[in-house]
Design a protein around this ligand. Sequence first.
Ligand SMILES: [Zn+2]
Length: 265
Amino acid sequence: MSIAIGAHVDQTDPIAEAKARNAPHVQLFLGDPQSYKGPVFRYDGGADALKADAEAAGVGLYVHAPYLINVATTNNRQRIPSRKLLQQHMDAAASIGARGLIVHGGHVQDDDDPAKGFDNWRKAIDATDIKVPLLIENTAGGTNAMTRYLDRIAGVWDAIAATEQFDQVGFCLDTCHAHAGGNPLETIVDDVRKITGRIDLVHGNDSRDEFDTGADRHANLGAGRIDPDLLAAVIRDAGAPVVLETPGGATEHTADTEWLRSRLG
Ligand SMILES: [Zn+2]
């Protein structure tokens, strides 16, 4: 089995970026990942051109939603715009024919019962018109995060399992976040699958920080603190397409891809 390996790239010309890496797919932002302003298409010709050109080139597209989306929070001033922004990026992802929209699990406030966050996830799934698979990603940090530790991921999944669009919700496993978040990589693939039943995408990243530090700093593969054999084993066992979110550009991503290929066998 051959695992498809791509990378997170600049959004101006993701097709050229894919070609520069000889990658079958890429991930991009649509606009500013740190802003509540809606999606922006920076590709020449806009969404329709990007969709058509990506199809013609055989390049798969994944869209990463803005980091500040937090549909779990009990703070109305964050949750309501987050839901709106999630729908806008969902619509935008669909308009370019994306294979998935990746969104972080978010968090509740320090004193909140996490159950409120689980229920807010249920409401968000109910309220969103899901047009391409919505892939919820595990995060590295936060004391009251929804998808840092397995018990919380289970809480989210229990809450959303009865929603009508549940089959359109998947999981994105970030290897840096799992390690830095404090989840043993020896069992992470099985542990996640027991909860979610699926891993749709892997963010293949090494970590600049030690286990359970809660820090979210990606490193090139083999250059960080994750045991190299373990990192490769997680990616192999997950058996899903990989997006590298590692530092650098085409040269570094090509090196990371070769590093991984040589270890996947
Ligand atoms: Zn990631």
